[in-house]
Design a protein around this ligand. Structure first.
Ligand code: HOZ
Length: 430
C-alpha cells in the first residue's frame, strides 16, 4: 500500500499544526508510522489521500452508527444549510431534538445542547457541584470525560496512550478535588466516600469504558454505584458520549438497566457534527442558567446544521430497533471470528465486547480496569495495528481505545477483517 501523499501531508501539517494533528491519538505516535490522511468515506469504507481503501472500525470514534455519509442525513444537512449556518437564537428544531432524545433515553426531563462531549461533561460536573454545594467528585482510572482540567487525572484515551502521568497546566488545586478509583471496584469507592464524608458532589463514569479499550462493567458494579449515590446524596453522572444511542436507543441506561441522575452525550447526537449535550432529572437540571444560577452558554449550542444531522440519525435509530440487533449480531460475528483466529495463534489475548463496542487486549488476565489494560502487550498491539492497516483494516491507533462497528458493515467486510487478522498474526509471529 502506497502512503506517499499521506507522508507528504503529514510533513506539511507539522509545519503549522502541533504534531501535525488536531487531536493527539490520531497522530499514530504511539503505534509509530505516518497517520493516513483521509479524503472521503462512504458506508463502512474510508479512502485516504493516496486512494487506498480501508474498512473502518473506528467510525469517527463512535458516531457513524449507520456508516459514513448516510444519505438521508446528507440530504437533510444540504437542505438545512441553505437557511444559514448559525443564528445564536432559538429554533423549533432544537425543541424537536430535545423531545426526540427525551422519548428515546430514560431519566431525561430536560436537556441542554452544547458543542462537544468535553463541554457536556464539564458542564454536568459544574451543575452537580452547584446543585449539591459540594466540590469533590469521583472518576475512574482509565475513563476519559473530555479534556476539561478536572477530568485529566488518571485519564484514559490519549492521556493513557501517551502515558502522561500529570498533565502540565492542570493545577494541583483542581486535581485535588478529583478522586479516582479503579474501574469495577466498589470497595475503593466506599473508602473514598468514607474519607471524604459529605464532600462528594458526583460520581461520573463511562457505563461501558471505551477509552482504555472496551471494558464492560462487572455485574452489580453500576447498580452498586447507583445505591451509593442514593445513600450519600451524590449525583450519578453517566458519560454516554460513546454508549448513548449506540448500545440501544436509550443507550447504556436502557441496555444495562441503570438509572442516571445526569447523562452526557457527544459526537453521536450530532451524527458526527460537533455536538454534545447534558440532560437529566428536572430537580437538578433546573439549576442551569437561565432557570438557575449555574452558568453555562454557547453561541453554537443547538446549531441548526448540527441539529438536523443528529436529529436525522437519531430518528432513524428510533424508528428501526432492528438496527441494534443487527449491529450486535455483526459484532458477535467479528468477535467469534477473531476468537477462532487468536485461539490457534497461541498469543494471550482478551476480547471485550458490549453491543457494537469491542476491542482486543494482548493480555493473559481478564481486562477489567486500567491496571489490567496497561499490563497488556502494547508492542504486540502496535505490530497488529500496522499489519491490519496494510491489509486495509483501519483500527484505532492505540490499545487504549474501543473499536466501533457500523451498520453499513457487511458480513463480507467482517470476513475480510477476520482473514486480515489471521494473516496479520502469521506475519507477526513469523
Ligand atoms: N479521544 C478520542 C477518542 N477517545 C480520539 C479523538 C480523535 O483523535 O479524534
Amino acid at each position: 500500500m502506497n502512503h506517499k501523499m499521506s507522508q507528504e501531508l503529514f510533513e506539511r501539517a507539522q509545519q503549522s499544526i502541533p504534531g501535525g494533528v488536531n487531536s493527539p491519538v490520531r497522530a499514530f505516535k504511539s503505534v509509530g508510522g505516518t497517520p493516513v490522511f483521509i479524503s472521503k468515506a462512504n458506508g463502512a469504507y474510508l479512502y485516504d489521500a493516496d486512494g487506498n481503501k480501508y474498512i473502518d472500525y473506528i467510525n469517527s470514534w463512535g458516531p457513524m452508527i449507520l456508516g459514513h455519509a448516510y444519505k438521508p442525513m446528507i440530504k437533510a444537512i444540504a437542505e438545512k444549510i441553505i437557511d444559514s449556518t448559525s443564528f445564536g437564537a432559538p429554533t423549533e428544531l432544537e425543541i424537536e431534538m430535545a423531545e426526540l432524545i427525551k422519548s428515546m433515553a430514560p431519566n431525561i426531563d430536560l436537556i441542554r445542547m452544547v458543542s462537544s462531549g468535553t463541554e457536556a461533561c464539564m458542564s454536568a460536573l459544574r451543575l452537580a457541584r452547584g446543585y449539591t454545594g459540594k466540590n469533590k467528585f469521583i472518576k475512574f482510572e482509565g475513563c476519559y470525560h473530555g479534556h476539561a482540567d478536572s477530568f485529566l487525572v488518571k485519564a484514559g484515551s490519549g492521556v493513557a496512550t501517551f502515558n502522561i502521568q500529570t498533565v502540565p497546566g492542570v493545577t494541583a488545586g483542581v486535581s485535588a478535588d478529583t478522586l479516582t478509583a479503579p474501574y469495577n471496584d466498589l470497595i475503593v469507592v466506599e473508602k473514598l466516600i468514607a474519607e471524604n464524608k459529605k464532600q462528594i458532589a458526583a460520581i461520573i463514569i463511562e457505563p461501558v469504558a471505551g477509552n482504555m479499550g472496551c471494558i464492560p462493567p462487572l455485574p452489580g458494579f453500576l447498580e452498586g454505584l447507583r445505591k451509593i449515590c442514593d445513600r450519600e446524596e451524590i449525583v450519578f453522572i453517566l458519560d454516554e458520549v460513546m454508549t448513548g444511542f449506540r448500545l440501544a436507543a436509550g443507550g447504556a441506561q436502557e441496555k444495562l438497566k441503570v438509572n442516571a441522575d445526569l447523562v452526557t452525550y457527544g459526537k453521536v447526537i450530532g451524527g458526527g457534527m460537533p455536538v454534545g449535550a447534558f440532560g437529566g432529572k428536572k430537580e437538578i437540571m433546573e439549576h442551569i442558567s437561565p432557570l438557575g444560577n449555574v452558568y453555562q452558554a454557547g453561541t453554537l449550542s443547538g446549531n441548526p446544521v448540527a441539529m438536523i444531522a443528529g436529529y436525522t440519525l437519531l430518528k432513524t435509530l428510533n424508528e428501526n430497533p432492528s438496527i441494534y440487533l443487527e449491529l450486535e449480531e455483526k459484532t458477535n460475528m467479528l468477535h467469534s471470528g477473531l476468537n477462532e483466529v487468536f485461539k490457534t495463534s497461541g498469543i494471550p489475548y482478551v476480547i471485550n465486547q458490549v453491543g457494537s463496542m469491542i476491542s482486543i487486549h494482548f493480555s493473559k488476565k481478564p481486562v477489567v480496569d486500567f491496571a489490567t489494560a496497561s499490563q497488556s502487550n502494547i508492542e504486540l498491539f502496535k505490530k497488529f495495528f500496522h499489519a491490519m492497516l496494510k491489509r486495509g483494516v483501519y483500527l484505532p491507533p492505540s490499545a487504549f481505545e474501543s473499536w466501533f462497528i457500523c451498520y453499513a458493515l457487511t458480513r463480507d467486510d467482517i470476513d475480510f477483517a477476520i482473514n486480515a487478522a489471521n494473516e496479520s498474526l502469521k506475519e507477526i509471529l513469523h
